[in-house]
Design a protein around this ligand. Structure first.
Ligand SMILES: NC(=O)C1=CN([C@@H]2O[C@H](COP(=O)(O)OP(=O)(O)OC[C@H]3O[C@@H](n4cnc5c(N)ncnc54)[C@H](O)[C@@H]3O)[C@@H](O)[C@H]2O)C=CC1
Ligand SMILES: CC(=O)C(=O)O
Ligand SMILES: [Mg+2]
Length: 603
């Protein structure tokens, strides 16, 4: 609505050239992607509202001086090479190069990623994505995804319309509170949602135009970030309680109003279990840290039983020590107990006796019923004091003591404490009663792994099963033998759970669908591979395993009568499909990175 006469007039009143407004014929992302007009984080709040930019930038408005400071700090940091452990000193540089390609040409980016997934999954996902999140204020260039902040309360329903895509299939959302095992990274946690969605595209073939990374910035309790003048997020302490829930409620309502068929994957949020219970029957959503991790661990635990040359049905006999009773650990414990109970007859007494197979150690040691202020989630796994004392154990016994007394078949870590499986703990595991003890050092990123495969094989012995959350190289055991290092990461499940849910059209993600996904992964490896100690596929097979997982999820949704169909495949047609046809249907709906022919058409 610019009046040219008014413009001419305003010119005669202003003395400084720079005070004249610039007329733009663009809005929203088109401005952010235009180097002539883009101001990045320096767009003021009123400009963000005027130009439909609200939600497309991190919430903290920066001055141009601060922007330059941030850029210079980042440039200088290059000189002090950012390292992610000894494995790859150039990891962050690779992340930047890939990120730039992602911004320029998505088709080419995903072609590169899919063709070299084994090499670049560790860059766009764990471990390097953790480093990228830690350095995000410096690495931030072109925004990707949406930001909803505590200050956007009351506005979210309109803000979602600032996103340019008419259809969104997959949202991964975080509040940045617990990024991998790296703690509270606030707004910088957006990086993990981008990394997870990269895997949705690369592994599940979700169309990249239909994915949306989301950061819900409710503040941060990271004191360093609260004081950093260059931090991009809200510099307030985190909201919690009802205020926190109200923000997430508003977000969920907004995205499901605009995109009723979207699937929301919650990742690394603070109110993990209550949020899951709050939304799982109302929305198409799941929590990958709780449910995805549980499924991957179950598949691995069953693989470890097979690797001992025993049938999977022997799983309920396994003695399992779990280090870490947070969202991931409790998710695994509940799922493992249910799986055992099902194998034992699925009744009350089966469930009771399954519970006795677990010993849980957290930061305060062994959890028994004597624990003060016990987390209600951990309570079902607390050992009875009398039983513990018969075993020579007590409330708060150390991990090494527990391993020494229990002599477990499995030692599983989800503690985020690097090196927790110390020499003493691994020495104790040598006393395991298993013919082939299994070690799952599942914490991410690399430096948080409870132990390395070298430590495990060299201390416990060659005849073990080893898996870690972040990738490590196999170990040369000498004499031509290889100690396999499996990657036990929820990335083998969440893309297939999302794709299967999408293609089935199920309105919710049921326990049965999650169980079907885990069972599919558990039987994916051949007997021969499992006996060699290979219990998870290599990343190079992630597209294939994802297709299988998605097909298993579709099948289960049909069996549970939840499938409502997708596009022209309605519920009736879906029900007629054979197993092979379901797989074909899944494959035919996976996006591939090929250039389409473009034709210009006026709106
Ligand atoms: N491999 C995978 O697919 C996944 C791995 N993870 C990893 O699991 C780790 C934990 O994640 P969350 O459960 O979300 O964290 P959390 O913060 O909710 O829980 C951490 C738990 O570890 C316990 N802990 C701390 N110090 C300990 C010690 N010295 N000994 C024993 N336990 C100790 C704490 O008491 C707490 O129970 C992270 O490193 C994360 O990256 C999480 C999800 C998936
Ligand atoms: C893999 C993953 O989701 C985590 O470490 O949190
Ligand atoms: Mg996670």
């Amino acid at each position: 609505m610019t009046n040219p006469a008014a413009l001419v007039q305003s010119r005669s009143f202003t003395t400084l050239e720079g005070h004249r407004p610039t007329i733009v014929h663009k809005r929203s992302l088109d401005i952010l992607h235009d180097p002539w007009f883009n101001k990045g984080t320096a767009f003021s709040m009123t400009e963000r509202d005027r130009l439909d930019l609200r939600g497309l930038l991190p919430p903290n408005v920066m001055s141009s001086e601060q922007q330059i400071q941030r850029f210079m700090a980042d440039l200088k940091r290059l000189e002090v090479q950012a390292r992610d452990g000894p494995s790859d000193p150039n990891a962050l540089a690779k992340w930047r190069i890939l990120n730039r390609l992602h911004d320029r040409n998505e088709t080419m980016y995903f072609k590169v990623l899919i063709a070299n997934i084994e090499e670049y999954a560790p860059i766009v996902y764990t471990p390097t994505v953790g480093l990228a999140c830690q350095n995000y204020s410096g690495l931030f260039r072109r925004p990707r995804g949406m930001y909803f902040s505590a200050e956007d309360r009351g506005e979210m329903m309109s803000m979602v319309y600032n996103w340019p895509a008419e259809q969104v299939d997959m949202i991964v959302v975080t509040d940045g509170s617990r990024i991998l095992g790296l703690g509270d990274l606030g707004v910088q946690g957006i990086g993990i949602t981008i990394g997870k969605l990269d895997l949705y595209v690369a592994a599940a073939g979700i169309n990249p135009q239909r994915v949306l990374p989301v950061m819900i910035d409710v503040g941060t309790n990271n004191e360093k970030l609260l004081k950093d003048p260059l931090y991009l997020g809200l510099q307030e302490h985190r909201l919690d309680g009802d205020e926190y829930i109200a923000v997430i409620d508003e977000f969920m309502e907004a995205v499901f109003t605009r995109w009723p068929h979207v699937i929301v994957q919650i990742s690394r949020v603070s109110g993990h279990s209550s949020l899951l219970q709050r939304y799982r029957n109302a929305y198409r959503m799941f929590n990958d840290d709780v449910q995805g991790t549980a499924g991957v661990a179950i598949a691995g635990l069953l693989g470890a039983v097979r690797a001992q040359g025993r049938p999977m049905i022997d799983f309920p006999k396994q003695k399992i020590v779990v280090a870490g009773a947070g969202s991931a650990g409790i998710g695994v414990l509940n799922a493992a107990r249910k799986t055992m109970a099902r194998m034992l007859g699925n009744n009350e007494s089966a469930f009771e006796s399954a519970g006795r197979q677990f010993w849980v150690v957290d930061a305060k040691g062994l959890i028994t019923e004597q624990r003060e202020n016990i987390d209600p989630q951990a309570l079902p796994f607390a050992r009875k004091v009398k039983e513990a004392s018969h075993q020579g154990l007590w409330e708060g016994a150390s991990l090494a003591e527990v391993v020494r007394e229990v002599k477990p078949d499995v030692l599983l870590g989800l503690s985020a404490v690097g090196g927790l499986f110390s020499k003493e703990v691994l020495e104790a595991l040598k006393g395991s009663t298993s013919t082939r003890p299994a070690i799952f050092a599942m914490s991410n990123p690399t430096k948080n792994a409870e132990c390395t495969p070298e430590e495990a094989f060299s201390i416990v012995g060659d005849n073990i099963i080893f898996a870690s959350g972040s990738p490590f190289k196999d170990v040369d055991l000498g004499n031509g033998h290889i100690g396999h290092c499996n990657q036990g990461n929820n990335m083998y499940l969440f893309p297939g759970i999302g794709l299967g849910t999408l293609l089935s059209g199920s309105r919710i993600i049921s326990d049965g669908m999650l169980q079907a996904a885990a069972e599919c992964l558990a039987v994916y490896m051949t007997e021969e591979e499992v006996l060699k100690g290979i219990i998870y596929p290599s990343t190079s097979r992630i597209r294939d395993i994802t297709k299988e997982v998605a097909a298993a999820v579709v099948k289960e949704a049909i069996e549970e009568d939840l499938a409502e169909g997708y596009r022209e495949m309605d519920a009736r047609e879906l029900r007629k499909l054979s197993q092979e046809e379901i797989e074909e249907y899944v494959m035919n709906n996976m996006w591939s990175p090929d250039y389409p022919t473009l034709v210009y058409k006026k709106d």
